[in-house]
Design a protein around this ligand. Structure first.
Ligand code: TEU
Ligand code: CA
Length: 543
């Protein structure tokens, strides 16, 4: 049998550098801080989480209007986070522990402070004018078209100095690069080579479905959205054929480094769904974040069809992802549960995270059950969060400092953190949960270990069991070779808050319950096949 590529059996952990660990008391997380916490992530023993890779949100020099997603220089490190030699040390310290490092790469736009844009806006005859999208207005102060930026307002901002509008799909401080210009592509591929030379193991490609625009600048149509609101369909400023061409170029560039992984981020409503950016399965992305579960309410009946479809639409060669939280969304523990059931559901969700087919992504702190931190307006930092506050919860509540221990500022910093520490940090922190066998943290550790022990959890096919009671999701991860059928894993999740009895008619061989979210420790309870009981919000794994 051939071994899976590393990223198909890996567990990935997302670090938001601002919030992981501050080493110098300025209240901002940094690279030396991350290095000092690597043992928590993987020290090779069962006392650590046991993750295989880190995805590091942007650490490039930036005015930080979008907290690093506005890049002013792609080839070094922001001084808030450290130096390039700190970064080299991070790569070395990760690799020493068997942890791979995945960089966040923002291809669609730069900061308006990037020298390329400074040059581009300096005059209409600048050599870099065509590196960004510039257009004339339609007279009387009218913008080139009706395109709306992702974070509100028009996508066009007037540049008085050069007398034209420039395009930005996100904030006005994030002008879009002109991917139609081959010089732009060459420059960005040089960035890729720069980081490959420093030893990184992959890239998480930001907003990957935004590359390329319809340069005839047609108006976008409107469509009926949720609850009867009309909203703009991004027909001409997103999901353009050029994006696929660019990904094919990038994938070709990596032909000599088959271990380097490309993970794309695109909105959930991309036409074609999660399969769109895999190309033929071998010539675009290796993985694309699947946000359909993340956007779905916690209901077995909603999850089931998404899982079946998700599995079918990804071409051979491509690989699915499982993700419930990231730095753009409210934390899933609060999305799924209200009060008493929040942690129980987070436990059940953790079972899904590590047993569904696809690579699991953990967002820092979710393993502790970190909640959305309630913030006052004056504490907010993210322009998107401020703009829609208090009508949308926004992004800052899910970006507060990692809760390491019960000491002042949760052990994150000796200074004043850039965002307030959660009021729950004395109960929810790594030190306390590490010592409690029944904690969510220890459930994550056990699940990751289980995934390593039973290869069917990463390699096996996904076979749903159809005839189950309302509110339950039951499936089998089947080993590819029939000879190894006794290594199949059965997973049963009760999404409801009442107990349920499940009958699985075609599974009769005896097994043991390897894990239950209702038990604090690893158990090997004999399992009576065919008919079993699930407590409210309980999830079990049987083999
Ligand atoms: O997000 C892209 C994206 O589509 C966002 O609109 C996302 O859906 C939004 O944050 C919803 O809350 C990526 C990054 O993940 C995000 O942090 C950046 O701000 C954005 O690109 C611009 O670079
Ligand atoms: Ca710092």
């Amino acid at each position: 049998t051939t071994r899976l590529p590393w990223w198909q059996s890996a567990v990935v952990y997302q670090i938001y550098p601002w919030s992981f660990q501050d080493s110098n008391g300025d209240g901002i997380g940094d690279i030396p801080g991350i290095i000092s916490r690597l043992d928590y992530l993987n020290d090779g023993t069962a006392d650590s989480l046991g993750i295989d890779a880190i995805w590091l949100s942007p650490i490039y020099p930036s005015p930080m209007v979008d907290f690093g997603y506005d890049v002013a220089d792609f080839c070094t490190v922001d001084s808030r986070f450290g130096t390039l030699s700190d970064f080299d040390r991070l790569v070395k310290e990760c690799h020493r522990r068997g942890i791979r490092l995945i960089m966040d790469l923002v291809l669609n736009h730069t900061s308006d402070q990037h020298p390329w844009f400074q040059d581009s806006r300096s005059s209409r005859s600048s050599a870099k004018r065509d590196w960004y999208y510039w257009a004339d207005g339609k007279g009387f102060g009218r913008r080139p078209n009706n395109w709306n930026a992702r974070f509100g307002g028009s996508s066009w901002t007037w540049d008085a100095h050069s007398g034209q509008y420039y395009l930005h799909s996100f904030l006005k401080e994030q002008p879009d690069l002109n991917w139609h210009n081959p010089a732009v592509r060459t420059a960005m591929w040089d960035v890729v080579k720069f980081w490959l030379d420093r030893g990184v193991d992959g890239f998480r490609l930001d907003a990957i479905n935004w590359l390329g625009k319809d340069k005839r600048w047609p108006n976008n149509p409107f469509k009926l959205g949720l609850r009867g609101y009309t909203r703009q369909e991004h027909r001409y400023d997103r999901d353009q054929p050029l994006g696929h061409q660019a990904l094919k170029e990038l994938r070709a560039l990596l032909s000599g480094t088959p271990d380097v992984v490309l993970i794309g981020e695109a909105s959930a409503d991309t036409p074609g769904g999660p399969s769109a950016f895999y190309g033929n399965g071998y010539d675009e992305l290796h993985m694309l974040f699947d946000f359909r579960l993340l956007k779905s309410p916690w209901q077995a009946e909603r999850f089931a069809p998404l899982l079946e479809a998700g599995d079918r639409v990804i071409p051979r060669g491509g690989w699915p992802t499982v993700v419930f939280s990231n730095h753009d969304q409210p934390r899933h523990i609060d999305r799924y549960g209200a009060n008493g059931d929040a942690e129980r559901r987070a436990r059940a969700a953790a079972v899904l995270l590590f047993t569904l087919r696809g690579t699991p992504f953990i967002y820092y702190g979710e393993e502790l059950g970190m909640r959305n931190t309630p913030l006052r307006y004056r504490d907010l930092r993210d322009p998107y969060t401020k703009r829609y506050w208090p009508f949308r919860i926004g992004r800052d509540p899910a970006r507060t400092p990692m809760q390491w221990d019960g000491s002042e500022q949760a052990g994150f910093s000796t200074g004043r953190p850039w965002l307030p520490v959660s009021p729950h940090y004395r109960e929810l922190n790594a030190a306390r949960e590490g010592a409690d066998p029944a904690s969510l943290l220890n459930l994550y550790r056990r699940l990751i270990r289980l995934r390593k022990t039973f290869p069917a959890l990463s390699e096996g096919t996904y076979r749903p069991i159809g005839t189950v009671p309302a509110g339950c999701l039951v499936f089998i991860r089947e080993d590819a070779s029939p000879a190894k059928r006794d290594s199949d894993m059965l997973v049963a999740v009760n999404f409801s808050s009442e107990s349920r009895t499940v009958t699985v008619p075609d599974v009769t061989s005896p097994g043991v319950i390897r894990l239950s979210t209702w038990s604090g420790t690893d158990s090997a309870t004999p399992w009576i096949a065919a008919r079993f009981h699930l407590e409210p919000d309980e999830a079990i794994i049987v083999s």
